[in-house]
Design a protein around this ligand. Structure first.
Ligand code: TYD
Length: 156
């Protein structure tokens, strides 16, 4: 009896931590196929990436000191990959900010909806590829930081 309760509690803990992680930004390590000709990485929606991929865009030729992003998405989820070079992604939930240095083409940063993102510190020649769960729609963007804070229930 006690054994069964402990077993159920263990599965419950695993399930809850899975749900919590899904809704938190985290690094996803993608498959990497290495051979003497070089390396290859791939990502399938609903498998390696926790959403169906509706759109891919990439940012490049970023001048030194430029800052990209500065917005949040109401619904869209993203996976951000430094396919070349490096840059830093800062993510805020309106209360605290977490920063991720991306510099590996086989790692993606999962960004749930509802996070204010800014990207900076781009190295020369870097490429930022973003896989996202929705087609482009300006109505999904929050580009005003105060509006974002209000959407989180915080006021500046
Ligand atoms: P913007 O959102 O400012 O880029 P980022 O936040 O990634 O730095 O987008 C720049 C412009 O490109 C803006 O006018 C919207 C347009 N755009 C599209 O038309 N389609 C897209 O998929 C994306 C991401 C942007």
């Amino acid at each position: 009896m006690l054994y069964n309760i402990l077993k159920i509690l263990r599965y419950l803990t695993i399930f809850v931590s899975y749900i919590m992680k899904k809704n938190r930004p985290h690094i996803i390590v993608l498959p990497k196929v290495f051979d003497p000709r070089g390396s290859l990485t791939f990502a399938e929606g609903g498998n390696h990436v926790p959403f169906d991929i509706a759109r891919v865009y990439w940012i490049y030729d970023v001048p030194a000191g430029a800052v990209r992003g500065s917005h949040a998405h109401k619904e869209a989820e993203s996976l951000i990959v430094a396919t070349s070079g490096s840059f830093t992604v800062h993510l805020s939930d309106g209360k605290s900010t977490e920063s991720f240095q991306l510099n590996r083409p086989f790692e993606g940063l999962f960004v749930p909806s509802g996070y204010w993102r800014t990207l900076d510190n781009f190295s020369s020649g870097s490429v930022c590829m973003v896989l996202t769960s929705l087609p482009y729609s300006e109505t999904d963007y929050i580009r005003d930081y105060n509006e974002f804070l209000k959407s989180c229930g915080n006021h500046e």
